[in-house]
Design a binder for this molecule. Structure first.
Ligand SMILES: NC(=O)c1ccc[n+]([C@@H]2O[C@H](COP(=O)([O-])OP(=O)(O)OC[C@H]3O[C@@H](n4cnc5c(N)ncnc54)[C@H](O)[C@@H]3O)[C@@H](O)[C@H]2O)c1
Length: 354
């Protein structure tokens, strides 16, 4: 995408012509009476690779942790995500959030059959706007934002909930987001780990990248910290896999009808989630809630633990389970870091003038 030089030139000359009667406010042109007469918005566009160059895994972890605390305090806000079905292919999701002077909308898909035709499951854009003026300021590749913030929350939850001496990692499901969970855990000092995937090439590639090992599901679930990031169409954690001190990050079940752990296994754990409404209606907790085995009182939101207003791990012997369904405030956290990187000149971006 190229900057529109014709539009830029026209906007500049109209600004000069109107000079005395116009007040320039940043990139906006406003009449002396306060009416916007002519808007010029320069929108930065960060593609997948630029976003990943702009925001490191360590930065994403810190940003996502801070976002959860700000959300718990009510400083960052996030209405429920809206689903728009597109049968039989999948669904679109609209995920807005506001905080720190910015607002975002992630417009993103989950099209599970896309890999069969060589396309990613998750595609879309994140639009970042100035929350004071409403001006759109940046467009980001949603797949990269999603992968980075999803990986980051696995690390944040592990730091908050796993026993202090937990180090080894099992990754069950080594696709796009499983890979980023592993990278973020490695960036946070966890590992080595065991990578498991029915596609041996996926497990092997991730293991080689991180200096970890590929292995069976059984090998992976015997590690200190186990992250499940499968499509959620089959149970990969059962009650027999639970043992004292284990920490589970369940990332794959992020919509209705998905589950990676049996209801019995879920009900046996000390339970944590990113956000109760999402987790109880379209997350790993949903089956146990519907079965009447888990109620709101039994589940703690991670942000409350991070803010110090709720207790985390009940004790060294507990099995902790964190249910991640994916929050728009996580997207906002990563988008904020990307915008800062661009404004500081640490990454370049394509720009388009609207
Ligand atoms: N919690 C969140 O915030 C969040 C964010 C993004 C995606 N997701 C969800 O995570 C899941 C994975 O998404 P993705 O983009 O990484 O998909 P992906 O297709 O890139 O990866 C999924 C991987 O799981 C593997 N897999 C399938 N069945 C398995 C099994 N039984 N055991 C082990 N591995 C298995 C696949 O071979 C594949 O490598 C999806 O359900 C997606 O909706 C959640």
């Amino acid at each position: 995408m190229k900057r529109s030089s014709a539009a830029t030139t026209a906007a500049a000359s109209s600004g000069v012509a109107l000079g005395a009667t116009m007040v320039s406010l940043g990139r906006r042109l406003t009449t002396a009476r306060g009416y916007r007469a002519h808007g010029v918005t320069e929108l930065a566009v960060l593609d997948h690779d630029t976003l990943l160059a702009a925001v490191t895994a360590s930065d994403a972890i810190e940003r996502v942790r801070a976002a959860l605390v700000a959300f718990a305090a009510g400083d960052w806000v996030m209405p429920p995500k809206v689903y728009l079905d597109s049968p039989p292919h999948g669904d679109f999701r609209a995920m807005p959030a506001r905080g720190g002077g910015l607002a975002v909308l992630k417009w993103v898909t989950s099209f599970p059959s896309n890999p069969e035709i060589g396309l990613p499951t998750v595609r879309g854009v994140v639009c970042v706007s100035d929350a004071v003026t409403g001006e759109p300021v940046m467009l980001l590749d949603a797949g990269a934002v999603t992968a980075l913030r999803t990986g980051a929350i696995a690390a944040v939850a592990t730091q908050a909930l796993a026993p202090p001496d937990a180090r080894s990692v099992g990754i069950v499901g080594c696709g796009l987001n499983g890979g980023w969970a592993a990278r973020c855990l490695a960036a946070a000092g966890y590992g080595p780990g065991v990578c498991h995937d029915p596609r041996p090439s996926a497990a092997q590639a991730l293991a080689e990248e991180l200096g970890w090992a590929a292995g069976t599901r059984g090998d992976a679930v015997r590690r200190d910290v186990v992250c499940c990031v499968t499509p959620g169409s089959a149970i990969v954690i059962d009650a027999g896999d639970l043992r004292p001190g284990l920490h589970l990050n369940m990332l794959g079940a992020d919509g209705p009808g998905k589950a990676e752990a049996s209801v019995g296994a879920v009900a046996s754990c000390a339970l944590f989630c990113d956000e109760w409404e999402q987790a109880s209606h379209g997350g790993e907790l949903t089956g146990a809630v519907q079965a009447g085995l888990v109620t709101r009182e039994r589940v703690t939101e991670l942000g409350a633990v991070l803010a110090g207003t709720a207790t985390g791990r009940p004790g060294p012997e507990a099995v902790t389970l964190f249910d991640s369904t994916g929050l728009a405030i996580q997207d906002l956290a990563v988008a904020t870091a990307a915008l800062e990187a661009w404004r500081d000149g640490r990454v370049g971006a394509q720009t388009v003038t609207l």
